[in-house]
Design a protein around this ligand. Structure first.
Ligand SMILES: *[C@@H]1O[C@H](CO)[C@@H](O)[C@H](O)[C@H]1NC(C)=O
Ligand SMILES: *[C@@H]1O[C@H](CO)[C@@H](O)[C@H](O)[C@H]1NC(C)=O
Ligand SMILES: *[C@@H]1O[C@H](CO)[C@@H](O)[C@H](O)[C@H]1NC(C)=O
Ligand SMILES: *[C@@H]1O[C@H](CO)[C@@H](O)[C@H](O)[C@H]1NC(C)=O
Length: 512
């Protein structure tokens, strides 16, 4: 008699085992597609510990996805076409993934996002920050961005510009014509201003060649002199820290740091390039640079910390250190973002299973990820109704001109559209400095760029900015620059880059 129950248990176990082996529903195939190359802040080696951490968290929650396991495949995205090829190879050799994490690089992400839409697979990235991805309809329908896109940063600059009633804005950026990080960064600012009818001066330069910092500053100066003397100019830069320093030095020498100019530097991700001592190089210009940097503000992503984050950060650091990567930025925004991407997917998938649908209902899963706020590893993460994260940013400035210390002086909260000054900061505000102690002027209208019905934004895609940028530079700068620009334009026509632009991220401009 007593052998019966044991036999029954045995049978039930067998049946259960067989079931879990055959029921594919229980396994989510996740493809993580990021660069192998560890010089990228978001390489596989750097992000993997965060992904494993997040998956453990999901597994540890009995009510979230009971019985569901994740099968993760890592593939090299490089920063271009490789991403697409590896996605297709994975689909052919294994199977189509149920969810794709990455890529980060714009051109790689554009290709993958299109195929993900076509295959009805949700794609979540902590990158793909270019403005072109804001227009989700048709091409990028399945893309969710868990890091603040460049256009969100543009909204912050616009809010500051309007509040301070600055008269003019100038954009300076370096363009490598390859990955084009600064190009896309500045495009976000340009787009926000353009939507509101502001025109701005734009100047790009090639850092692989000699950058004529004196010449650049001179052109800003003569631009300022063309207008009324009371005109206040906002200068926004995106370049390597060395170039920013050279430009600031030149600005200081030409007396620009005492004029009605406000200098901003954008450095969203690499925290080793801003803050204390970013002016210091141990050369003979240090003293001058310290003075110059007292009129420079740096915009970066807001970093928040909660107790849980410490555990996460220690663990990620331990894993990454094993791989002989030694730098300070172990837990950067990308690492954090991909952790939060998994939590977001898990929450969405939970809802999907509850409503009787399956992981194959890609579009439905995507819908669940949009327009929601949830708890990420470092704090709340808010995704807008267009599937893009609201951006929180911090402004760093020199708070002690003697010592040259730099501190966060204020924070911008995208969801509320609000600036908060840090209370502990005593500011030696001088002429032409930024003061941020005000609410955004158009509060309530927090979703400016996500309304799909806005006809003004339809048709403006990545690349449109370059056209305007070149045209305006053409008008505003001296002959010296004009020649360079014409030459560059022609190079673009025949060069590899134009092909990339048209093939990878649709561009209306290049047809013009
Ligand atoms: C971050 O900036 C530092 C200083 O400019 C540089 O040495 C380092 O390579 C940068 N890291 C990445 C991942 O770009
Ligand atoms: C577990 O997941 C549920 C969502 O299904 C969530 O509400 C809850 O906060 C999670 N628990 C923990 C400890 O994270
Ligand atoms: C710079 O150093 C000061 C004092 O050591 C510190 O309070 C501040 O947070 C540092 N700034 C940054 C941006 O790390
Ligand atoms: C977003 O969610 C809120 C409630 O959380 C809802 O009122 C609103 O209609 C949603 N917006 C869209 C565009 O779905």
């Amino acid at each position: 008699m007593s052998s019966f129950p044991i036999f029954n248990i045995f049978l039930v176990t067998l049946v259960l085992l067989a079931k879990s082996n055959t029921l594919e529903e229980d396994t989510v195939n996740m493809l993580v597609i990021l660069p192998k190359d560890n010089t990228y802040m978001f390489s596989i080696d750097r992000v993997k510990p965060a992904i494993e951490y997040a998956l453990r968290t999901v597994k540890g929650n009995d009510s979230l996805l009971p019985g569901v396991t994740f099968s993760v495949t890592y593939q090299n995205s490089d920063c271009g076409n490789t991403a697409l090829f590896n996605l297709v190879d994975t689909a052919v050799q294994l199977q189509k993934p149920d969810v794709i994490l990455g890529p980060v690089c714009e051109y790689a992400a554009a290709l993958v996002a299109r195929l993900a839409s076509h295959w009805n697979i949700p794609m979540v990235s902590a990158g793909a920050l270019a403005t072109g991805f804001t227009h989700k309809a048709e091409e990028y329908t399945h893309l969710t961005r868990v890091s603040p896109a460049y256009s969100k940063m543009g909204e912050m600059f616009l809010a500051m510009f309007k509040y301070h009633q600055w008269d003019r804005a100038m954009l300076l950026y370096s363009d490598d014509k390859l990955e084009r990080n600064c190009y896309f960064t500045i495009e976000g600012v340009h787009q926000s201003f353009k939507e509101e009818g502001y025109t701005m001066n734009v100047q790009d330069f090639d850092e692989t060649k000699h950058v004529d910092a004196e010449g650049i500053v001179h052109s800003i100066k003569s631009e300022g002199e063309r207008g009324q003397s009371s005109e206040r100019i906002l200068v926004i830069m995106c370049a390597s820290s060395d170039t920013v320093r050279n430009i600031m030095l030149a600005a200081h020498r030409q007396g620009m740091t005492n004029c009605n100019c406000v200098f901003f530097n954008i450095e969203l991700f690499n925290s080793s390039t801003y803050g204390n001592g970013s002016w210091k190089r141990g050369d003979k210009y240090d003293l001058e640079a310290k003075k110059a940097y007292s009129s420079l503000q740096t915009v970066t992503l807001l970093r928040s910390v909660k107790p849980e984050f410490e555990t996460f950060s220690i663990e990620v650091k331990r894993s990454v250190q094993k791989l002989i990567l030694n730098d300070d930025d172990y837990v950067n925004m990308f690492v954090e973002g991909f952790h939060d991407a998994i939590i977001l997917y898990a929450l969405a998938f939970h809802e999907i299973l509850k409503s009787g649908l399956s992981k194959k209902d890609g579009a439905k899963v995507v819908q669940q990820m949009w327009n929601r706020t949830y708890e990420g590893i470092a704090g709340p993460v808010s995704i807008d109704a267009n599937g893009d994260r609201y951006g929180d940013f911090s402004v760093i400035a020199m708070t002690d001109p003697e010592a040259g210390t730099q501190e966060v002086i204020g924070d911008y909260y995208g969801l509320q559209g609000r600036f908060d000054m840090r209370s502990n900061v005593k500011l030696p505000w001088g002429h032409g400095r930024l003061k941020i102690d005000y609410p955004k002027t158009d509060q309530g209208n927090t979703c400016k760029s996500c309304g799909l019905g806005e006809s003004a934004v339809t048709g403006i895609v990545v690349g449109a900015f370059l056209g305007t940028g070149l045209l305006m530079t053409f008008y505003f700068f001296r002959k010296k620059y004009r020649i360079t620009i014409e030459r560059r334009n022609r190079q673009d026509d025949i060069g590899k880059h134009r092909q990339l632009r048209e093939d990878s991220i649709r561009s209306h401009f290049s047809a013009a």
